[in-house]
Ligand binder design. Structure first.
Ligand code: ADP
Ligand code: MG
Length: 372
């Protein structure tokens, strides 16, 4: 599923009104009855104007007609939600143009975008919820009409949580991208011009980078947090050059490798019931990677969860594990999101062949342009 912006500039303001109406009604209706769209839309030309917009939106795949339903209705597609988010950013002058896709996960699309001044930014579009529909087939009908299982709701939660944590971490000077804005299932952030740790084959001083990364895990723990996916795919390495002049006037250039951490929807609290398992998993990911890639094995054992646990909140540091809740993310939202993320992980581990890049309901028409 990639972001296709071809029709973005051709939609009339009536079409946006109708698309917004479908989104509003989707909160309570998985399939929105046409009559409701008519009622929610403020469009010149009355009902026939609405119908014209519905056709235009369905044609470019932003809404999809649902044939199997008992009543005539439409469903907002991933594409439709993408457009609503893009429209919001563009109205607020946060995004002017959309460039190439730089990352493709099963749970997200990462796009390069730019504002009016040409400043490059990264747009992360969350695509959560597809797996749970596909892999837990027996649950499908059960999930279908429940908001807590819907892709739109889950993807929005992932974006909200990621944005809240990025903000909180940034405020405490953690090396993370700058969170710029959030809309629906997307997060807009600064572009980190760096190499993914995974793509780096050698470093001058593995011990020093290793200890920086372990220190980051421990610093997060002190603030009450576990990243939960701390590995070579979620760590970018920036080269920072600095020139120092010695007493004799000689210039010395040194290059420091600075890690920057990304990807936060799965962050958990140090108080979580499985905290120790997630903490150890993060530590072991780094250990395994350094051994395999750089042949480096640390001399010290650990770090251990029980020691890290004792440091939570020490030196009056701000606990960040409630950061998402502080921004309106309720306990129920946290539970719903965690459940979906665990299901996704389980599906990935199983190598589920139904782990396909399809929308949750393949029976609709009008979406072809939005699939790969
Ligand atoms: P996912 O949840 O799909 O793993 P990530 O947030 O880890 O998504 O992003 C996927 C990839 O996109 C990363 O591995 C990285 O290469 C790239 N990426 C994500 N955010 C940024 C950013 N702010 N700057 C540069 N590259 C990024
Ligand atoms: Mg990632």
């Amino acid at each position: 599923m990639k972001l296709d912006t071809r029709a973005l500039r051709y939609l009339a303001s009536e079409d946006w009104n109708v698309l917004t109406a479908v989104e509003r009604a989707s909160k309570d209706h998985e399939i929105v009855p046409t009559q409701l769209i008519e009622r929610f839309s403020r469009v010149k030309g009355g009902v026939s104007g609405v119908h014209k917009s519905i056709s235009a939106l369905a044609k470019v795949g932003l809404i999809a007609r649902v044939k199997e339903a008992k009543y005539d209705g439409y469903r907002l597609t991933y594409g439709g939600l993408d457009y609503l988010a893009m429209h919001a950013y563009s109205t607020r002058k946060e995004i002017y143009s959309v460039g190439s896709r730089i990352g493709v996960g099963k749970e997200s699309d990462i796009m390069m975008v730019a504002d009016h001044k040409g400043v490059q930014k990264v747009l992360k579009i969350h695509r959560l919820g597809r797996i749970s529909f596909r892999s837990v087939k027996t649950n499908r009908d059960y999930l279908r009409n429940r908001q807590s299982g819907s892709w739109m709701y889950l993807s929005r939660l992932a974006a909200m949580k990621e944005f809240a944590f990025m903000k909180a971490l940034r405020e405490e000077d953690f090396p993370v991208p700058e969170p710029i804005a959030q809309s629906r299932h997307t997060v807009l952030m600064s572009f980190v011009d760096a190499f993914l740790l995974r793509t780096i084959n050698s470093v001058p001083d593995p011990a020093s980078l290793y200890s920086d990364l372990i220190d980051l895990i421990l610093r997060l723990a002190k603030h009450g947090l576990i990243h939960g996916d701390f590995n070579e795919f979620n760590i970018l390495i920036k080269e920072e050059r600095s020139v120092t002049t010695s007493d004799s006037g000689e210039e010395d250039e040194s290059i420091a490798l600075v890690p920057i951490v990304i990807d936060f929807p799965q962050m958990i609290s140090m108080d979580h019931q499985n905290a120790e398992m997630y903490f150890d998993r993060d530590v072991n990911c780094i250990k395994r990677f350094f051994e395999r890639k750089f042949g480096f094995v640390g001399t010290q054992p650990g770090p251990f969860f029980k020691d890290a646990k004792k440091t939570v909140g020490r030196d009056n540091v701000r606990r960040l594990d409630a950061a998402a809740e502080a921004s309106g993310f309720t306990k129920k939202m946290a539970r719903d999101l965690e459940k979906a993320i665990r299901e996704q992980e389980a599906a990935k581990e199983k190598g589920d062949e139904q782990y396909s890049d399809e929308d949750e309901d393949g029976s609709e028409e009008g979406e072809e342009g939005w699939r790969e």
